[in-house]
Design a protein around this ligand. Sequence first.
Ligand SMILES: C[C@H](O)[C@H](C)C(=O)SCCNC(=O)CCNC(=O)[C@H](O)C(C)(C)COP(=O)([O-])OP(=O)([O-])OC[C@H]1O[C@@H](n2cnc3c(N)ncnc32)[C@H](O)[C@@H]1OP(=O)([O-])[O-]
Length: 729
Amino acid sequence: MTQTLAAATMAAYRRAAGCIAVITLTNPPVNTLSYLLRESFYETFRRANADAEVKAIVICGADGKFCGGADIKEFAGKFSGPSLVALIDDVEQSKKPVVAAIEGMALGGGLELALGCHYRIAHTKAQVGFPEVTLGLLPAAGGSQRLPRLITLTSALELITTGRRISAPEALKLGIVDKVTDKNALDMAIDFARDIIGKPLESRRLSLRTTPCPPDVESFLDEALASIRKHSRGAIAPLACLQAVRASVYSTFDEGLKKEQELFKMLLTSGQARALQYSFFAQRATKKWSMPSGATWKNTSARPLRKAAVIGLGTMGRGITVALIKAGIPVIAVEMGLKQLEAGKTVIMSMLEKEFKKKQLTKAYREMAAFTLDLAKLQEVDLVVEAVFENMSLKKQIFQQLSSLCSADAILCTNTSTLDIDEIASVTTTPHLVVGMHFFAPAHVMKLLEVIYGPRTSPTAVATAMQLAQQMEKVGVVVGNCNGFVGNRMFKLYAEQAYFLLEEGAIPEQVDQVLEDFGFPMGIFKVSDLSGLDIEWKIRQEQGLTGPKQIPGGSFRHRAGGRYSPLLDILCERGYLGQKTGQGWYLYEKPGGRVPTFNLWLHKFLEEYRELHGIQKHYVGQDEILERCLYPLINMGFHILEERIAASPEDIDIIYVFGYSWPRHWGGPMFYASMVGLPRVLDKLNYYHEIHPDIPTLEPSSLLKKLVANGSPPIGTWGAFIKEHNSKL
Ligand SMILES: C[C@H](O)[C@H](C)C(=O)SCCNC(=O)CCNC(=O)[C@H](O)C(C)(C)COP(=O)([O-])OP(=O)([O-])OC[C@H]1O[C@@H](n2cnc3c(N)ncnc32)[C@H](O)[C@@H]1OP(=O)([O-])[O-]
């Protein structure tokens, strides 16, 4: 077996305490089990086993990280090098005790390697788990067979079907690791290995055990199947994981391993696995942000943040305050009126207390929130987040005041979800320090943060906002300034089409069922009822589409140069605002009710509405619902890439996965388009545009047409076409 120099050092070998061989997995940044490392490990482990002076072996990872698992990048290519299954079998069958010293993480193949060892010592801060299911896969190196033989079937099934990562203390409680230390795990492992030299190892070889089962294991597995079917929302990997674990109950180890391999091969080639692995790397790519000016994450440094302020303690302001304090940043929370200030304070302190009880905060949080009516107190803060009512003149008024009261280098952020960042910046003396930080409700829970730069926003302001996103453990995505930015601008078309489908013959239940079968946790009409129909109604009024500020010249069903559906306005004018009023697109048992039921009034109203406006009703099928709701949204994604509002399709996809609950096993709108096939998306848009010429957003974008004309290149290469496309613009 050939071995390159690089490979030779990836499983470094040294002796410790005289008779202990220490093998260090070395493949930065997270010591993944790439084929080069596997090659090196194969040689090094044989050397340790062959060395007569060696009485025991310890495996550890370089840089305080045991192993991040298999190299995900290798899944796209042809498999090569020694198989991980065989390597782990070598470890388990070793006549010399093998101890895993786990620091940092042992995930996926990394945990499988540790389970092949006879003992596992972990640092108290380490995490272990089988995240394969989150990549559309399953543990494929014996993990689905060894873990159920080591811990209870219930816990093994939960960890494998959810991909949950657990702390070392929890792993100790479950029996996955044998000892936990807050000192150096490697030193402890070496001492431990020396103490067990000569001890029998038979009972420590997991493949020789049988899986301990709860009484009536069959109904336990059936119940698990029903629950997974209910919660996986169309994802196939969790079901395959269950099948693999089921094999650990009813088959020998080798038969179970064979089943595991079969299932892994099936999943590996599935679109879902490709989508989930794309999403894994796309999420990490958002950290490597860039601006059209050439400023990037690499050449721009962020400002330190010692103290922040939040203005407006409504729903969003409260969540943002809690998110900042959870990130360890003291906050001055500001309101305009005493009543609102007291109300905000009460809610924020109880939210913080809840986080404290969940051990997400230390009791020091009580000193980290200050409440005031006095904007002058903001002289001492490094960053301000404005979260007041979505009204341009109110926001401009506040930014004017901030500009005169805050220090000259304070970063001024607005949580607007639609308004023009640059217009807000225009009233300040430091427009280069104005940046959009668009949080999603609930702001202390939702991971996504759109960081919006205007034409005058400085890279430093963007870098500081992105660093804050990381500090708040959020997924920050840098986007350009336009109406609705990326997420809401695309979402508007998704909602618009859903309303048109109601006008043309569908009912909310029908549309929502198709979207939930696709994998969304909630259909568009249930989401609208949950957030309140008036949210969108106010934005429509602010945009002059309806209400007192309506721009003259439109008609009842045509405004702003295209078809317009006033259905939502009509419901709002009648006070049907959704859950909060007990009636919206659905009916609820009472105001604030959560359980949607048929709204017969609405069904009857839709019939009358169609008749009144001479709308020819037609049968609206599942395909039409999915295509009309998703393809215009995707098409707008292509416009957004053309305009460089988003730097890459990955950014758009991560915005949708983390901000709009787009089913991750479809990768995101742009990746989904590449899965469905760009020619199909283009054809369907052309088809629907022909039928509905008064809906301009159905007209395919020129970038989409260009990509199809160039043979629909893989999503990873669209960047080149976007560049070329823009250079011609
Ligand atoms: C046979 C077996 O049964 C099966 C089938 C498998 O084993 S499947 C594989 C199962 N393993 C996983 O699912 C673990 C995935 N990784 C993580 O959860 C995290 O990475 C981390 C380990 C907790 C570290 O977090 P971090 O925040 O410190 O750094 P990072 O920014 O995330 O990562 C740092 C850099 O490392 C890259 N990276 C991390 N893990 C990787 C992996 N498993 N494969 C390839 N690259 C990986 C990542 O893209 C980034 O690259 P770049 O952006 O710098 O170019």
